[in-house]
Design a protein around this ligand. Structure first.
Ligand SMILES: Nc1ncnc2c1ncn2[C@@H]1O[C@H](COP(=O)(O)OP(=O)(O)OP(=O)(O)O)[C@@H](O)[C@H]1O
Ligand SMILES: [Mg+2]
Length: 348
């Protein structure tokens, strides 16, 4: 318990006679002391299970990065084995890897980089709906190359420092080269919808800065977007390999369930991932949430001896479906540019 918590003054009011922090015929001294002790220790009381779940979701959201940094450097945890992709996307990834591996072999292992000054890098575009494994695949590619992944949120980068985008884009490219990292621009949507549209001229210039860096960068750059229209735009042919991340079909969803549920997690015998996959059209990101929530249900019910049952998973999946429906409503009501929405198959 933190010290200041211990000192915190609490006022316990009797709902019947209105006395505050004093014993009465309804609330005893001991009651008041117990309530204070438990509240100071951080005990939370919820009237309904929904309130509790909402609070847990809020806590989950809070866990994210609080301070907006220019970039985040991560040691990749995922490998390509962990990602479930359609045969078409897999094929495209293999193309990219072949090119990267040969280059790595020639330039790094066999020392070609010492005699050739300029080597052209590789630029990739990952387009697809949220939670389909774009960030995960970027990590896996960095992993395959034995490099860290530098994650930059492009949308945030533009919003954070008005008028400083150009400088920041430069900084990001410079640092990624010096750290020898794979550079990943998340939410690069701005690049696609601003170009060619009547947008603020300074924004267009920022995008041009990004594109020209893309051309000169010797390393690997990946742009990720949720917009389908990105696939149609050749980005002035500055993208070498474009990969579409499709919403998973039932077979892929089953595989994602299998890969997402940790091998050490105790499953009840009735668990049937095939059935879950057929019944609930969820993305990989949703499936991760389902696994996590089903574990919570099981742990809350039976603690350390708990087993995750099919009922836990179904309940968590229904909840996730309801949540994603809610998010759809939000998406549509959000004050986003109608033309963006029209142009994009993925949003909404
Ligand atoms: N194709 C997949 N195969 C396996 N797991 C997946 C897949 N897609 C998503 N997941 C799970 O969902 C999590 C979130 O996925 P990820 O962050 O890669 O999605 P994303 O496409 O980058 O989404 P966003 O557009 O919202 O950034 C992953 O960490 C993984 O657990
Ligand atoms: Mg992502």
């Amino acid at each position: 318990m933190v010290e200041e918590e211990e000192d915190r003054e609490l006022y316990v009011k009797c709902p019947t006679c209105g006395r505050i922090s004093q014993a009465c015929e309804h609330v005893s001294h001991e009651d008041i002391a117990t309530i204070k002790r438990l509240i100071r220790a951080g005990v939370m009381v919820y009237e309904t299970e929904d309130d509790l779940l909402e609070d847990e979701m809020f806590e989950e959201a809070e866990e994210g990065p609080k301070r907006p940094d220019l970039y985040r450097l991560v040691e990749p945890r995922f490998t390509l084995e962990d990602v479930v992709l359609s045969p078409k996307s897999q094929e495209a990834i293999q193309d990219a890897l072949v090119e990267l591996r040969d280059k790595y072999l020639l330039f790094e292992r066999w020392g070609l980089s010492r005699v050739i000054r300029k080597q052209k890098g590789l630029s990739m575009l990952f387009a697809g709906p949220p939670g389909t494994g774009k960030t995960m695949t970027a990590e896996a590619i960095a992993h395959a190359m034995g490099k860290p992944l530098m994650i930059v949120n492009y949308a945030q980068l533009e919003n954070m420092w008005v008028g400083e985008t150009e400088k920041n884009v430069e900084k990001v490219f410079r640092e990624s080269a010096s750290q020898d990292a794979v550079l990943f621009f998340d939410e690069a949507d701005a690049v696609f919808y601003r170009r060619g549209q009547t947008a603020a001229p300074w924004a267009n210039r920022d995008v041009n800065v990004l594109l020209s860096h893309l051309e000169d960068f010797p390393g690997v750059v990946i742009l990720a977007t949720n917009m389908a229209m990105a696939m149609d735009q050749a980005l002035d042919r500055r993208i070498d390999i474009a990969i579409e991340f499709e919403f998973p079909d039932a077979k892929m969803r089953e595989e994602i369930f299998v890969k997402t549920m940790p091998a050490v997690a105790p499953l009840a015998e009735d668990v049937d991932f095939g059935e879950l996959a057929r019944k609930y059209p969820l993305s990989g990101g949703h499936i991760l949430n389902v696994v996590r929530q089903a574990m919570r249900y099981a742990a809350r019910r039976d603690g350390v001896v708990g087993r995750i049952t099919m009922a836990d998973l179904k309940r968590a999946a229904s909840r996730e479906m309801a949540k994603s429906d809610l998010m759809k409503v939000d998406h549509l009501s959000a004050t986003r540019d109608q033309s963006i929405r029209d142009a994009s198959k993925y949003h909404g």
